[in-house]
Design a protein around this ligand. Structure first.
Ligand SMILES: [Zn+2]
Length: 250
């Protein structure tokens, strides 16, 4: 996510009609939004860490009502992004009884300490059981669970990479699971290297697959332009729904 600072351009006048102000702050349904007017064709909406600041870039002549409408349509996405970037969603304590989302469903965490050896498993439907050798700190429990989550994402994603590299005819040199705070995945096209967010452990297979395919398609189309979209449409026809699910709160 490139952060660009653009100086507000001077408002041009044509035929005596005043151009829209280049830089405006407004509030839409309780969310403060910074609006920049630019020489662009499409709206761009970004939520920035660490405080979830919202900035929208809009074409100069687009009516303000259209800008507001777009923000309203994406209000849930904005709120989810704000929680993600501020870390609120992740403030888990890894305590017994806590709810953890895993593979698209809620699980209850069962912590059993002094259990002889450390182990994490789905002990019964809806329960993730964390056994530890001794009494552990939140930090130690977090590490045990995260390493299990990482292994699970790896297990789930491996056949997806296998399938989709073949379907799309691309080659990946390396893929890894990392802690990423603002994105679900990234693709270094030159290095042919893909990173997936560890947070994908919370998401369903279809959402995970959408991210895998999205990043693999970048090996063919680096940007998100019409050619990228066309390839996504061909690969996963309902990818827009999956994207929405992915960015929903849970
Ligand atoms: Zn992308």
């Amino acid at each position: 996510m490139g952060r660009q600072f653009t100086k507000p351009a001077k408002a041009k006048t044509a035929d005596g009609v005043r151009a829209p102000a280049p830089h405006v702050e407004m509030t839409v349904r309780g969310i403060r939004v910074e609006l920049l007017r630019k020489e662009i064709k499409n709206l761009h909406l970004r939520v920035y860490p660490p405080d979830g600041r919202v900035r929208i870039s809009a074409p100069r002549n687009l009516p303000i009502s259209s800008v507001v409408e777009m923000i309203e349509q994406r209000i849930e996405w904005i709120q989810a992004q704000q929680l993600r970037v501020s870390g609120t969603v992740k403030r888990l304590e890894y305590q017994d009884g806590e709810t953890h989302w895993f593979g698209g469903s809620p699980f209850r965490l069962r912590v059993i300490e002094n259990a002889g050896r450390a182990n994490v498993e789905i002990a019964e439907p809806g329960i993730i059981e964390l056994r530890t050798r001794q009494i552990c700190s939140d930090e130690e429990r977090r590490k045990l669970l995260e390493s299990w989550y990482r292994g699970q994402v790896r297990l789930r994603a491996a056949p997806m990479f296998e399938r989709w590299t073949e379907v799309l005819g691309v080659e990946v040199r390396e893929w890894r699971i990392r802690k990423m705070s603002t994105r679900w995945g990234s693709c270094n096209v030159r290095e042919r290297r893909i990173w997936l967010s560890l947070d994908l452990s919370r998401k369903s297979d279809e959402c995970l697959e959408y991210v895998v395919v999205h990043e693999l398609v970048h090996l063919l189309e680096p940007g998100h332009g019409p050619r990228f979209v066309a390839r996504m449409d061909r690969a996963i026809s309902n990818w827009r729904d999956l994207k929405r699910k992915l960015n929903a709160l849970t």
